[in-house]
Design a protein around this ligand. Structure first.
Ligand code: GDP
Length: 219
């Protein structure tokens, strides 16, 4: 598979190719996951240059399908609030405007999410990931969740922890009710990637593009 990774000049205009968008807070491992599922083929460094981080990065597969690495939303230390708001607006505009998005992958840091969500709730605010997950559903983007960094969760705490992850997203536990929506993965160790890739194959088929299943082969 040939992969062309680049930062588009105007992401809203750029391409009419079908897209799969990856959204998530900063540092959850979006680019690591894209790198893992493309077996290192995607050059995820292109988005890490200073000054371009608030733009989506396009990873074009065989000139047929684009994996879009959206800029991270939410708090990032050292980044002014003004900038965070702009990023959020850009993401919302992008998801509302583009009509060539097949579906969305919402990437979360499974280890950190329950605690972060609890902090928001204590302040009387809706956790930003719950807001985003609801927005993706409302937009008809049929999101699946990649619950990343599961290597950081103790095995004995895994079930309970995953219940807290789905709750943070506004879904009812037990999390195993959501096995077709929520996929525990580790971009670092590769755990769970087979199930996630199989889900990606199913999703592109359901979206009317069985030919794209080849991009998500499990081996
Ligand atoms: P992005 O900002 O969402 O694109 O996140 P990155 O892919 O740049 O990853 C952020 C940090 O998390 C990096 O230091 C990665 O090495 C680390 N990371 C990504 N995925 C995993 C994972 O599955 N497990 C662990 N332990 N660390 C991860």
């Amino acid at each position: 598979m040939a992969i062309h990774s680049y930062v588009p000049e105007d992401p809203l205009e750029e391409t009419e190719l079908p897209e799969i968008v990856f959204v998530g807070r900063s540092n959850v491992g979006k680019s690591s996951l894209i790198k893992a599922i493309t077996r290192g083929g995607a050059d995820v460094r292109v988005g890490k240059r200073p000054g371009v981080t608030r733009w989506p990065v396009f990873h074009e597969l065989d000139g047929e399908l684009v994996l879009v690495d959206m800029p991270g939303f939410g708090f990032m230390s050292g980044v002014p609030r003004r900038h965070q708001e702009r990023v959020k607006d850009l993401i919302v505009e992008y998801l509302e405007t583009k009509d060539n998005i097949l579906f969305a992958v919402h990437v979360v840091d499974a280890k950190a999410l329950p605690e972060i969500a609890e902090r928001w709730e204590k302040r009387g605010e809706i956790p930003i990931d719950r807001e985003m997950f609801q927005f993706l559903n409302e937009q008809g983007l049929d999101p699946i969740v990649a619950a990343n960094k599961i290597d950081k969760i103790k095995p004995v705490e895994f079930e309970e922890h995953m219940d807290a992850v789905v709750e943070a997203l506004g879904l009812f536990p037990p999390w195993r009710q959501w096995l077709d929506t929520v996929f525990p993965v580790s971009a670092k160790t590769g755990e769970g990637l087979v199930e996630f890739l199989e889900a990606m194959q199913e999703k592109v088929k359901k979206a009317g593009h069985p030919e794209f299943a080849r991009f998500f082969r499990t081996r």
